[in-house]
Design a protein around this ligand. Sequence first.
Ligand SMILES: Nc1nc2c(ncn2[C@@H]2O[C@H](COP(=O)(O)OP(=O)(O)OP(=O)(O)O)[C@@H](O)[C@H]2O)c(=O)[nH]1
Ligand SMILES: [Mg+2]
Ligand SMILES: [Zn+2]
Length: 357
Amino acid sequence: MPDELLPFGWDERVAALFAGLDVPGAVPGRVSRVDRGSCLVVTDDGVVRASPFGAVARQAGLSGVPATGDWVAVLGGGGDDTGVVAILPRRSAISRKDPDEQVTAEQVLAANLDVVAVVCALDRPVGQNRIERMLAAAWESGAAPAVVLTKADLAPNLGQAVAEAQAAAGGVDVVVTSAVAGDGIDDVRALLRPSRTLALLGPSGAGKSSLVNRLVGDEVQPTGAVREADARGRHTTTARRLVPVPGGGVLLDTPGLRSLPLWDAGSGVAAAFDDVEDVALGCRFRDCRHEQEPGCAVRAAVDGGGLDGRRVESYHKLLLELDALEVRRDEQARRAQGRRGSKLLSEVERLEGRRDR
Ligand SMILES: Nc1nc2c(ncn2[C@@H]2O[C@H](COP(=O)(O)OP(=O)(O)OP(=O)(O)O)[C@@H](O)[C@H]2O)c(=O)[nH]1
Ligand SMILES: [Mg+2]
Ligand SMILES: [Zn+2]
């Protein structure tokens, strides 16, 4: 049993997956951090830098790129040619669309999570739409979602802020914390267990690293003051990183998210808005967009005060975003098809040309 990996979540499930691999000489490890051309992997022999792109990986036929949290097989013992040779099947993964407007591709933020905590600071207004967006991605990941409110000591009106967060959380647990006062830390700890991984996602300055330090009981992650004027963070954490917690469980601290464009998150949106979807079952038309259609139960519920109009609008925006993504992906697929087609055509012409000669 690889002792060093136990604090990083090694368990029988992972052991069985690794045993099923057939790569002689490879050792198991968990990706703690991903850099441009390589990643840091925790193994039983310590942390090694391994490349998923080098000769070793190529020879092994590695497909895919590892994300933080991935369980991998590593070959090479830590030397320059150490490579990632296999990525074990993921139990869950949180993704977004690549935030680059020009790119239509999935970006996996982290893998093998048990809980995705949406972190929201109370030194600024509660962003309900942002909570809903992040919860949709969290639900989609396959991990259990949670909402963690931070800086309760700075909330001008704590009761109201919590109520607003709860309204956006749609039944997901909302934990109220203060890393300064020590409030709610045990409630976050209760989400952890040995071999469980909890990821903290949220904007810069929300207090993710402060929470990590408080849970670990040591300053393992640097933290940075927010700007006075608007409480925005300064992107203190620059890489995703796995941090074992004494007493069991693993935290994933992440750099502040500037944006979280959804990727393929239809069922995540449905789960985050199951109250709206329940009401929508009563609409006259199955494909009702809840706009001008007659017999719309959602609009009736908004008018009657049973549903929050803001929440319905937020739901709509996310659905529209997913529709737009779908269109872009179709376009991309068509273009790729076109390229393949014209390549095939020129190949045929080349062969025919040869035959004619
Ligand atoms: N008053 C108060 N301040 C807090 C609390 N938690 C964090 N802070 C402060 O908020 C600022 C930002 O905290 P960080 O932990 O660095 O925030 P982060 O979410 O890790 O930010 P990035 O790494 O930039 O994404 C720091 O000055 C912290 O001291 C809290 O519970 N109460
Ligand atoms: Mg941080
Ligand atoms: Zn409707």
